[in-house]
Write a protein that binds this ligand. Structure first.
Ligand code: NAD
Ligand code: DAU
Length: 338
């Protein structure tokens, strides 16, 4: 199998590339990544240096000329599109790059892949396209799309474009919608690595609102497994939900994290809530269980310990990705919220 993976230098893409090349000796991967603040080429540098089945190209999924060129170089069996602006708070500050990459970029990638007759297109979406839940129920694939943030609206826009490419052109597009991932290589603007970093520095842990919002956490390898199964066994034109069956309130998660790290709960600081903050996500992934044989394999307690151990062992990585633009963004964010 020859794959074009986009956004492979980000959190989930890095884990996916490593997992697929390790598991499938006959697969090769071209990774196209723009290297935004969230993309780190060093994540996969060892593969660049030692694995001739891995090839990196720096570039934008919005670049038509580049994509037509890459896709014509060789026949790709599939495209897996992880490339996106992924952080909700950034989308609240400035929605524009989210529309540019997540909607226009995704459409450009679809168009080039269709013209170059790529065999299959797996688009990585999110549970956030469904909006928010109350205390009861779960999202299914037939839950109407009702995004609440500029980020989730841009992801929903791409999902609808994927649907249109399947319905209009018969292009074999599949969509995955997953809940909150955690694990190695997650950029420290997201809840778990941010809280880890602040706790270790004895800095305040900023919990939005009352900390009662619920997320369903899935270890990143399990999401990668879901994407792999979708690629290999999914039905064209179909969306698949993935989740970890691990619903936690944010405050519960932060307290657990502090207890594992042996840090005091006095570090918790409640700050102004995120505007339009979705209350609860929970995934019904029975379609993926029944059609793809998907079962999440990592329970939250061991996954969290494994994740924190990875960050503890990779302090240099944390230092490296926090430099520059990230620091500036976080400083102004804290100033506004304090
Ligand atoms: P991330 O922000 O860590 O990585 C995104 C990657 O995309 C980066 O390497 C970045 O450089 C690259 N990129 C951004 N714009 C690009 C462009 N125009 N062209 C090429 N590359 C570009 O994101 P992530 O958390 O790894 O998420 C990956 C995908 O999974 C996203 O589509 C996201 O919406 C989706 N998703 C994420 C989660 C989660 O919990 N993190 C859950 C469900 C779905
Ligand atoms: O559900 C899938 C989505 O999960 C993905 O589509 C997104 O790309 C990914 O960023 C993530 O979105 P969230 O907004 O849920 O993740 P985040 O880590 O930003 O926040 C998780 C929860 O923690 C959320 O309820 C907001 C809260 N939070 C977050 C931060 C960064 C805090 O209370 N304090 C914080 O500092």
């Amino acid at each position: 199998m020859k794959l074009l993976v986009t956004g492979g230098c980000g959190f989930i893409g890095t884990n996916f590339v490593r997992r697929m090349l390790g598991k499938h000796p006959d697969w090769s991967i071209v990774n196209l990544d723009k290297l935004t603040y969230a993309g780190n080429r060093l994540n996969l540098l060892d593969l660049e240096e030692t694995n001739d089945r891995y090839h990196f190209i720096q570039g934008d999924i919005g670049d038509r000329t580049l994509l037509m060129d890459i896709l014509s170089d060789a026949a790709f069996d599939a495209v897996v599109n992880f490339a996106a602006e992924s952080h909700v708070d950034r989308s609240i500050n400035d929605p524009s790059p989210f529309v540019t990459t997540n909607v226009q970029g995704a459409q450009n990638l679809l168009e080039c892949a269709r013209r170059r007759k790529v065999g299959r297109f797996v688009h990585i979406s999110t549970d956030e396209v469904y909006g928010t839940l109350g205390d009861e129920g779960k999202f299914t694939e037939t839950t109407p799309l009702a995004p609440n943030s500029p980020y989730s609206a841009s992801k929903a826009g791409a999902d609808l474009m994927c649907r249109a490419y399947f319905e209009t052109y018969g292009f074999p597009v599949l969509i995955t919608r997953c809940s909150n991932n955690y694990g190695p290589y997650q950029f420290p603007e997201k809840l778990i690595p941010l809280m880890y970093m602040n706790a270790m520095a004895d800095k305040p842990l900023p919990v939005y609102g009352d900390g009662g919002n619920v997320r369903d956490w899935i270890y990143v390898d399990d999401h990668c497994l879901g994407v792999e199964l979708t690629l290999l066994k999914g039905r064209d034109g179909v969306a698949y939900n993935f989740g970890g069956d691990a619903e936690k309130t944010n405050i519960e998660l932060v307290r657990t994290l502090l207890s594992i790290l042996g840090k005091p709960e006095s570090l918790i600081t409640f700050v102004e809530d995120r505007p339009g903050h979705d209350q609860r996500y929970a995934m019904d992934f029975s379609r993926a269980e029944e059609e793809l044989g998907f079962v999440p394999t990592v329970d939250f307690a061991s996954g969290l310990k494994k994740t924190l151990a990875w960050y503890a062992a990779n302090g240099t990585w944390l230092e490296q990705v926090q430099s520059g633009e990230y620091r500036t963004f976080m400083e102004s964010w804290y100033e506004e919220r304090a």
